[in-house]
Design a protein around this ligand. Structure first.
Ligand code: SF4
Length: 349
């Protein structure tokens, strides 16, 4: 278990905050650059900072911690996808998934332990929200996955357990840290945040992080179907949500991605596709169709491939690009929240 006793979790700090901390220890500012660089190369204990003076290493050993998450389990798929369960302070656990694409290695990370959004098809929300992750816990998933796999992560999607915009301030700090070229140096355009539709935060995010990508989980062509799947739809109607999305693309000039989980008999008919096409017409967007993952606790199933192909066709004829997401890690517990759920079931046996 990760202990929460350390006074200073270094990965919680932006570069500037680390500089202030180092100066408060009576050291020169440039030590912060050395620590930041080595820490994001994967060093996880004071011993590994051989370029620091012994006195500073001892001080850091005493009062600071370099790691914010600790690997509990790892599953590796036949296609190379790796799924991790990490312990975080307080006895909870979160998931991250490393996937390989043509353009490089991408990691999907969690922003909260659990989730209070309660989407009907999702394993992550089954036991509600335990707590939001700190910036360090968000960023350390990338460092730990990269170190374990021996691969450089070039892309990050914040699409694992939790609703990132429900942990907005820590998310923004984490993005600042992962983007800093003195550390991980992940380009803003290679970072994507996914929301289930917290409209007020979409407006804020467009102003705060215009270079970072946005994915919005839609999963329905209208409010009636969305009400059955996503409780957030009672707070923000689809009209309000799509208005915020249009505003986002106007402000950022960035294409928005709509996530749409295809669920047999619920939202995957030709009529559903035509209605969705009408609502998205003229938007700078891409639709990512995801055959829903079967989760033991939920009764939804992904439906037939022909349905998904027809959906793509109907959207395409309306000028909306859509693709069916390649299923990576199909042989492991790749559905978001499944591994965490399995582990907590084991503990409760
Ligand atoms: S789909 Fe995302 S927002 Fe919805 S319950 Fe799951 S983790 Fe939360």
């Amino acid at each position: 278990m990760i202990m929460s006793g350390s006074a200073h979790v270094l990965k919680d700090m932006t570069f500037r905050e680390l500089e202030e901390y180092v100066v408060s220890l009576g050291e020169k500012k440039f030590r912060a650059k050395q620590i930041f660089k080595r820490m994001y190369e994967g060093a996880s204990s004071a011993d590994e900072f051989t370029d620091l003076p012994k006195k500073l290493r001892e001080r850091l050993e005493e009062e600071a911690s370099f790691s914010a998450v600790k690997m509990r389990t790892r599953q590796i798929s036949f296609d190379g996808t790796r799924k991790y369960l990490f312990d975080v302070a307080g006895g909870d656990a979160v998931e991250s998934v490393l996937m390989h694409y043509k353009y490089g290695w991408s990691v999907c990370i969690s922003s909260q332990a659990g989730c209070r959004m309660g989407c009907a098809f999702c394993a992550s929300g089954i036991s509600g929200l335990s707590r939001s992750l700190t910036a360090g816990e968000i960023v350390d998933q990338i460092v730990s996955v990269s170190r374990d796999a021996g691969e450089r992560v070039s892309h990050v999607v914040v699409m694992g357990i939790g609703e990132p915009f429900d942990n907005y301030d820590n998310l923004i700090n984490a993005i600042e840290i992962m983007h800093d070229e003195r550390g991980l140096g992940i380009g803003s355009r290679n970072i994507t945040v996914s929301t289930c539709g917290l409209v007020d935060k979409i407006y804020r995010f467009a102003e705060d992080m215009p270079q970072v990508g946005l994915a919005v989980s839609l999963h329905a062509p209208n409010d009636d179907i969305r009400h059955k799947l996503m409780p957030i739809s009672w707070r923000y109607s689809m009209d309000e949500l799509l208005k915020a999305c249009r505003d986002y693309t106007r402000t950022t000039h960035r294409r928005i991605t709509f996530e749409y989980a295809l669920i047999d008999g619920i939202n995957d008919s030709n009529e559903n596709a035509a209605e969705l096409a009408a609502r998205l017409r003229g938007m700078l967007c891409h639709v990512n169709l995801i055959p829903v993952n079967s989760v033991k606790e939920k009764k939804f199933s992904p439906g037939r491939r022909q349905r998904a192909d027809a959906f793509v066709d109907i959207l395409g004829r309306a000028g909306i690009t859509a693709t069916i997401r390649r299923q990576l890690g199909a042989d492991i517990s790749a559905a978001c929240g499944q591994l965490r759920l399995q582990e907590s079931e084991k503990e409760n046996r």
